[in-house]
Design a protein around this ligand. Structure first.
Ligand SMILES: Cc1cc2nc3c(=O)[nH]c(=O)nc-3n(C[C@H](O)[C@H](O)[C@H](O)COP(=O)(O)OP(=O)(O)OC[C@H]3O[C@@H](n4cnc5c(N)ncnc54)[C@H](O)[C@@H]3O)c2cc1C
Length: 448
């Protein structure tokens, strides 16, 4: 790798974390050299050469402040996150969630990065670690094997991993709308009906659940143990846990009334719009490792999908991450070489918005170190601060990636929070947002 140490900060990986990091650094007047290996090398999950490509669900989570992902998105807006601003501008109808047109989102991020006068995008796989320079490593859960080998030598301990899965995408024209109704969960006549709902009778549900549980799965290598992220379990693994597991999970019918029967269906498969043209829909919660042949057979049990054309089948991928509590400071600096930062899923952040947040933190701190300033520890009692705190202070032996959630807040009786859940989470959100606004004023001084 060219020596860029005197000239700027190096960011390795142009995914969600790396793109946000590069932007934050450049916005602070520091030149950035952003390395992205696509399209010359691929990860197996990405399918374009765009930066910040979203590989599976197109949802960044709930936008509601009573939900931790809504709070996280709002904190990121206050801190001028490029990616959340672009996500807002590419939003699709998705009830209370922020779902985006994935193509438009990543294309717009790429255009912004390319246009920034201080960012140089270098399309190349990094295989060596830079030395003597501020560098952010954000190569994601599918870090290229050659670079992973180098990282392994650097961290001097084995990577941790779990398996993550992609859900199938369907051509909208092939959905049989005679067997669907449009609605958002708990919607009333004033709400938008954003999801295509495919109701199932009891018999259809039982058949689907049993077939999923018994379906043939793609085999993992002998040396690989099946470790899944609980928040993104393959549908067939959930089905194996019990006949009714899916009906209380992704196929729950709560808050949905079929207008034709005026009743709540026994179970519901939801399809979420995937692009602005509404020509593609993804199967919500149907991430899977069934063989393509089995997906083709089993999903047709759903009456609306009898003639479905799958433009992408579900797939399973290994997700690699480091033991951040052992290896990183709460500034996201690598303890052994503090000029190096880790961000994104590789550092254990889970969920699109969480990964963007980690890029923002590493980017702000990378720029500060480059400019001779002290790096920041984001304040506790904000969701970003608590997420980073968890990543760097969890019990190393049991460390697993984590999404934003209110359980990360250390709440005591003295906080005097309301008893009911919604009021309590809203109060926590309001407190966080005040702290983030104060932080934004502090870190943006001199960077208007
Ligand atoms: C199959 C799969 C499905 C997922 N589904 C979801 C989901 O539904 N919802 C969700 O919130 N999260 C999901 N995730 C997690 C998702 O990866 C993260 O939320 C997010 O993309 C991680 O951001 P990142 O920036 O860390 O990594 P990425 O977005 O993956 O970016 C890393 C980038 O680094 C590049 N790169 C890798 N090695 C090198 C190298 N040596 N040199 C140069 N460039 C390199 C890659 O090409 C990539 O562009 C999924 C992950 C996978 C693998």
């Amino acid at each position: 790798m060219k020596d860029c140490s005197k000239k700027g900060v190096i960011v390795i990986g142009g995914g969600l974390a790396g793109s946000e990091a590069a932007w934050q650094i450049a916005q602070r007047g520091v030149p950035v050299f952003l390395y992205e290996m696509r399209p010359f090398e691929t990860t197996g999950a990405h399918s374009t050469d765009h930066l910040a490509e979203i590989v599976c669900s197109n949802s960044l989570g709930s936008n509601l402040l009573s939900n931790a992902s809504g709070l996280l998105l709002q904190e990121l807006r206050i801190l001028n996150s490029l990616l959340v601003r672009i996500a807002d501008s590419c939003a699709l109808p998705a009830g209370k969630a922020l779902a985006v047109d994935r193509e438009k989102f990543s294309l717009t991020v790429t255009q912004h990065i390319l246009k920034h006068p201080l960012i140089t995008l270098i399309r190349k796989e990094v295989v060596d670690l830079p030395t003597g320079t501020v560098c952010i490593i954000a190569t994601g859960p599918l870090t290229s094997p050659r670079f992973a080998e180098k990282l392994q030598q650097l961290i001097q301990s084995p990577f941790l991993y779990f398996y993550d899965a992609l859900c199938p995408l369907i051509d909208a024209h092939s959905i049989d709308f005679n067997y669907t109704f449009k609605a958002s969960r708990y919607s009333d006549s004033n709400s938008s009906a954003d999801y295509i709902n495919c109701p199932l009778t009891q018999d259809q549900y039982i058949e689907l659940s049993q077939e999923l549980a018994q379906g043939e799965r793609v085999k993992l290598h002998d040396f690989e143990k099946e470790i899944f992220f609980e928040g993104c379990l393959p549908i067939e693994i959930m089905a194996k846990r019990g006949l009714h597991t899916l009906r209380f999970g992704p196929l729950r019918p709560t808050g949905l009334i079929d207008p034709r029967t005026k009743k709540r269906p026994y179970a519901v498969v939801q399809l979420r719009q995937d692009n602005i043209a509404a020509s593609l829909y993804n199967m919500v919660g149907f991430q899977t490792n069934l063989t393509f042949k089995e997906q083709d057979r089993i999903f047709r049990i759903i009456p609306a999908l009898q003639k479905a054309e799958f433009v992408r089948y579900g797939q399973l991928h290994r997700n690699t991450f480091i033991n951040s509590p052992k290896l990183l400071f709460p500034t996201l600096q690598f303890k052994i070489l503090p000029l190096l930062f880790f961000a994104g899923q590789l550092a254990g952040f889970e969920g699109y918005a969480g990964n963007i947040a980690s890029g923002l933190v590493a980017g702000i701190n990378g720029a500060r170190i480059f400019q001779g300033q002290e790096p920041l520890v984001f304040p506790r009692q904000t969701i970003i601060g608590e997420l980073v705190w968890y990543m760097t202070h969890a019990e190393p032996e049991y460390f697993q990636p984590m999404k934003a959630n209110f359980g990360l807040f250390n709440v005591s009786l003295e906080d005097n929070l309301p008893q009911d859940k919604i009021s309590r989470t809203l109060a926590l959100s309001q407190r966080s947002l005040k702290k983030i606004e104060a932080l934004a004023r502090q870190i943006n001084e001199g960077y208007s």
